[in-house]
Design a protein around this ligand. Sequence first.
Ligand code: C2O
Ligand code: CU
Length: 454
Amino acid sequence: MRRALVAAALAACSSSADAVFPQPERFVDSNPDPAIVEVDLIAEPGTQELLPGKSAEVWTFRDAAADRGSIPGPLLEANLGDRIIVHFENRLPDPTTVHWHGLRVPNAADGTPLSQVMVEPGATYDYELTALDAGLFWYHPHMEADVQIERGLYAPIVIHGSVEPDVVADRVFVLDDVKLESSGQLSTVTNNLDVMLGRQGNVLLVNGQTRPTLDVAAGTRERWRFVNVANGRYFNLELPGHRFLVIGWDGGPLVTPYEAATILIAPGERYDVLVEPTADTALRTLYYDRGHDIPDPGPIELVPIRVGAPGPTPAPLLGVWGDVAPLPIDTSTPRLRFVLEEQETGVTEPTFSINGERYPDVTPTLARKGDLAIWEIVNLAEMDHPFHLHGMSFQILDEAGQIATLGWKDTVNVPQQKSLGVAVRYEAEGRWMYHCHILEHAERGMMGELSVSP
Ligand code: C2O
Ligand code: CU
């Protein structure tokens, strides 16, 4: 049996609750072995109301056991160490793949054009992996990702494990924005601004809905897991009057949690936090200057929070958190440079490159399994780019070149005109992608290949 997320139902017991904060539906696990999660996943066209009362034509992931697909798609939930088998079928009119963002998978399960042939319309592919890390991850196509993810193909993955603090609710927040016509349909227009900034939508979604209300019980503690699946929008989250206790990053729990008034989440990143709201408030996203003079729309409310009757008092927090040893870097550790640039002529669509090359015309970065390296990611552009590596996670270096916070990341924001170092151990063989997670950038050149040999 999968361990259930203590989800909306629980919060709904508190007092006056009539709104139910949406949670993605969990997959039906067809395998009786408790250590194996086996599911059937379909990608297909569908419809969903993105503006209330107006149905939009979208693309969805569907659990074959459910009658319809949804945005986000079904939640894949497993325990640390479980085997995961996903039988995937493509019922879209276009070829696709499924990438398990952040999970350390065998190369053949990575779901990119480097690691498999694409899944043609009507074809199937089986993904098999083992849950090696506990945390929040997500899955999405890795073909024309700017178009396919925008249409609705994304879903969360929760791996339960090592650090499980005492909470009354463990919730997933899948953050997105969509560019909608007044008809409620997804816009099919991609202009140069959409390409330059990553398409920013005019409607913000949390678990596929606009401004869903969340009821919480007073005096309790909740765990909120955030993932930003937007093409280009950054979320800079705030809960006025409260602070977040950040307990985990992309790849799992931190060794030492820290408090934060705001959390900046670039596309692709995840944050795992504990909150104890005491008075009505709202989760909102604040302006963040990511370059190119994007205007400040002011704070945008994402989730109104209503505090109801008191619930159970939380147990004291654990003393032991994540178990992450620092990668043993020193002055002899090889250093590689990755220079991110954008080319804008004003006439044609902007393009994007890494070390002067544009995917797929790139020279692979060659590495040997087990070696350690420092990647220096140099952003020469006038906007931030979130850098993502497949197949393995990394640790972030501070300005002094030291590992500042002990935790794993697979996606990190590299601010405009700055450089950032990460330490990485090439632990898995195969052909892996690294790229900007602003999807319009990745699909227009800002993507490269890491080839790890035995
Ligand atoms: Cu979430 Cu290569 O991507
Ligand atoms: Cu970018």
